[in-house]
Design a protein around this ligand. Structure first.
Ligand code: PMP
Ligand code: GLU
Length: 379
């Protein structure tokens, strides 16, 4: 066989998905694994959203449709940004994608040229760097202040003449922290001063506790240089639907649309009708799920310190980021093998010495998981 693509060979598999697959495999083998590894709500998709999709199927919405997404969903996204984020955009500045992940991939492909640099803020989610690599770009890592989990002036030191983009993710996966206005202001100032694009991944926007979500694009002229990404997976428990969206300046959306047309044509037609129901329908389901996550968050935030662990401020998303005395990969392995509790090592997010625990699972399971870890540590 001839040599395969070096670009793809050089990319690491997704560790979040790999660990989740491993936990699923162990479950199939009859092992009682508690998976706190993947960031996936354990709730079913709300009924009115499923009904809208089923009705669309019944109506025969089973054909190709507009490549940027059905107009009804595009309009709902425009309205969502106007009302919830105080961001004005036109329909042409919206694209509906196969998950937020695909919007991120398209955005990075659309902006970068080979050799361009992207600044990632560590701890950073696993898929940003591979997306940059697939676009022929290079990543420069900036480590957040590990005490405050906010940004400082050292971020500016990462800028070079090749810097094209800064990626932010707030609330953060994996840290579960929220960037404050000062941190966002710093990003905005750098982007404006050095003429840099920003990718703002706001997928955990709705899962926030005692903090306020601020969209980066609302600051200064950031709307003109930001791709704001969001999706349905987390807020509406719709991970399997593969539905997300982005807003950006029209030039960038046009680029993203070309990729979408050649790659997937458009997201699944009937799934998009579920998206319309999610954005336009009753939002109580979102708040109910957030409250339940909050209950679990309080439990974890109370328990982990009694086990001797230090944790990052638990302000958003559904992750506890735990400081670990020792090798995080080794400890994650020992928890999986010895306690049958799956978590993700911080190294997957460029943060060795930390472990990410997803609390998107029921309280009894969380209680049992911590009981097992305690027992392991004592033995
Ligand atoms: N960004 C972050 C930070 C995430 O945690 C996820 C979770 N998968 C995504 C993007 C992608 O979400 P989606 O399921 O919409 O592709
Ligand atoms: N984003 C989730 C996580 O970090 C889902 C897995 C993935 O897409 O990476 O666990």
């Amino acid at each position: 066989m001839k040599a395969l693509s070096e670009k793809v060979s050089g990319i690491a598999p997704s560790s979040t998905l790999e660990i989740a697959d491993l936990a699923r495999r162990m479950e199939r083998e009859g092992i009682d694994v508690i998976s706190l590894s993947i960031g996936e709500p354990d709730f079913d998709t709300p009924v009115h959203i499923k009904e809208a999709c089923i009705n669309a199927l019944r109506r025969g919405e089973t054909h190709y449709t507009q490549s940027a997404g059905i107009p009804e969903l595009i309009d709902a996204v425009v309205e969502k940004y106007r009302v919830e984020n105080h961001l004005d955009c036109r329909a042409e500045e919206v694209i509906v994608t196969c998950g937020a992940k695909h919007a991120i991939y398209q955005a990075i492909q659309s902006v970068l040229n080979p050799g361009d640099e992207v600044i990632l803020i560590d701890p950073a989610w696993v898929s940003y760097e591979p997306c940059v690599q697939m676009a022929g770009g290079r990543v420069r890592h900036y480590a957040m202040n590990a005490r405050t989990f906010q940004l400082d002036d050292k971020l500016g030191e990462k800028i070079t003449s090749r810097t094209k983009m800064i990626v932010i993710n707030t609330p953060s996966n994996p840290a579960g922290t929220v960037l404050n206005r000062d941190s966002l202001r710093l990003v905005a100032d750098l982007c404006q001063d050095y003429d840099i694009f920003a990718l703002s991944d706001e997928i955990y926007e709705k899962l926030i506790y005692d903090r306020m979500h601020i969209s980066l694009a609302t600051l200064g002229d950031m709307r003109e240089r930001t791709i704001t990404v969001n999706g349905f997976s987390k807020a509406y428990a719709m991970t399997g639907w593969r539905l997300g969206y982005a807003i950006a300046p029209i030039e960038i959306i046009r680029q993203m649309l070309k990729i979408q047309q050649h790659e997937v044509s458009h997201p699944t037609t009937f799934a998009m009708w579920g998206g319309v129901a999610a954005l336009k329908g009753d939002k109580r389901c979102v708040e109910e799920m957030r409250r339940e996550f909050d209950r679990r968050r309080m439990f974890i935030a109370n328990e982990l310190p009694t086990m001797g662990f230090t944790i990052a401020p638990m302000e958003g998303a559904f992750y506890a980021f735990i400081r670990i005395p020792g090798d995080d990969i080794e400890i994650a392995r020992s928890w999986l093998e010895g306690a049958h509790v799956a978590v993700t090592p911080g190294s997957a997010f460029y943060a060795s010495g930390w472990i990410r625990l997803s609390y998107a699972t029921s309280l009894p399971k969380l209680q049992e998981a911590l009981r097992r870890i305690r027992a392991l540590d004592l033995s």
